[in-house]
Design a protein around this ligand. Structure first.
Ligand SMILES: [Zn+2]
Length: 369
């Protein structure tokens, strides 16, 4: 298991135990670091610690269903500020005093997380700010609120999580950054992870595709099995084409191709995508068998020479998607290499068929053709 995945698992375990963790945002965003813990673990002591080391503007990430159930409308009604990531009307639990003390806020936060709470249990405005988290967590929106929400959910706690930006001790007028966040985590024995690490962990551990179509058709004169996959998070549609014979224990060549409309369909010479795909098809057909994974990332289609802003999926995300498709097919890569770093992800390698999966996938394919 990757080192970052181990750290993420430790962070999830800490949140499950009611302890806070440090979550760092993307450097491309605000670069802030958040103190995060499950809302149903809120105690006066934990809030006192939070208020002491953070901006004090304590937020609670909640999914849309909870914001709806507890009648927490957007704080600002313009469409841009009412969606995911938007702050909702602040609240105090009706049974607390002024609502500002650590004790009062801990109670309000715990009540926001409680299944038995209802909309009438809260005064508005108050001193705790709910924030609408994307229900898909960091796989829907890469930000601190979604990371907090994910950690609480993955920890098996109620789907509500506290987050608050950590203040720099060296420069109390600024937020803590980089090494100072690591030092803070070390000093208090807290697990520290980044939003990106959590997203990568989820992509690697949660199925990202489902098989939606499966048929046999001739390709380049060779009967081939074509399998369609649907991305469960992003709705992207991918294909796996098993050309020719494939059987248990027989290594077959793997070619991973990222869709390029201009190159693949029209043979445009702006790139080598079309030639790569043609070459892979010819090679697999000539050699009697092979596997082609055809990735079609969500969003605007990749079209070399036409769009410059398409194809937002990172190479790591594409590699994770390939892994899930191979896992579904019951094959695992023996060797992967990348010979075209600027033209998407292109990997060649011999892959053995895992015997335990033969009956379910490749074996039935072999008998079908
Ligand atoms: Zn291309």
């Amino acid at each position: 298991m990757k080192t970052t995945d181990v750290r993420v698992r430790r962070a999830i375990a800490a949140v499950a135990a009611g302890r806070p963790v440090v979550v760092t945002a993307e450097p491309a965003q605000d670069d802030d670091g958040y103190l995060v813990f499950a809302a149903d673990a809120a105690t006066p002591k934990l809030l006192a610690f939070t208020v002491r080391h953070t901006s004090g503007l304590v937020r609670v990430a909640l999914p849309p269903s909870e914001c709806e159930r507890l009648d927490l409308p957007p704080m600002c009604s313009t469409a841009k500020r009412a969606g995911v990531g938007a702050q909702r009307v602040s609240v105090d639990w009706k049974g607390v005093g002024t609502g500002i003390s650590a004790t009062d806020r801990a109670r309000t936060i715990a009540e926001l997380a409680a299944a038995a709470s209802c909309a009438d249990d809260f005064r508005r405005p108050g001193h705790v700010i709910p924030v609408l988290a994307d229900p898909q967590g960091v796989l829907g929106r890469s930000a601190g609120a979604e990371a907090a929400f994910d950690l609480a959910r993955l920890a098996g706690r109620r789907e509500a999580a506290v987050l608050c930006e950590i203040v720099s001790r060296r420069r109390p007028s600024a937020m803590a950054r980089g090494a100072e966040l690591s030092d803070f985590a070390d000093e208090y024995g807290l697990q520290a992870i980044s939003v990106a690490e959590l997203a990568a962990y989820r992509r690697r551990t949660e199925p990202q595709i489902v098989r939606v179509a499966d048929t046999v058709m001739p390709i380049r004169g060779v009967n081939s099995r074509v399998i369609g996959f649907h991305g469960v998070r992003d709705g992207a549609e991918h294909l796996a084409v098993i050309v020719g014979a494939a059987g248990p224990g027989v290594p077959v060549a793997l070619h991973v191709h990222v869709e390029c409309i201009t190159g693949d369909v029209f043979g445009a010479s702006a790139c080598r995508c079309g030639r790569d795909l043609d070459g892979a098809l010819a090679q697999t057909a000539a050699s009697g068998g092979g596997l082609i994974v055809y990735l079609r990332p969500a969003g605007r289609p990749r079209a070399c020479g036409l769009y410059d802003d398409a194809h937002e999926a990172s190479r790591e995300q594409l590699a994770d998607m390939v892994t899930w498709i191979l896992r579904d097919l019951g094959v695992s890569p023996l060797r992967l290499s990348d010979d075209a770093p600027n033209v998407g992800l292109v990997m060649f390698g011999a892959i053995p068929v895992q015997r335990r999966d033969v009956g379910r996938t490749i074996g039935s394919f072999a008998s079908a053709v």
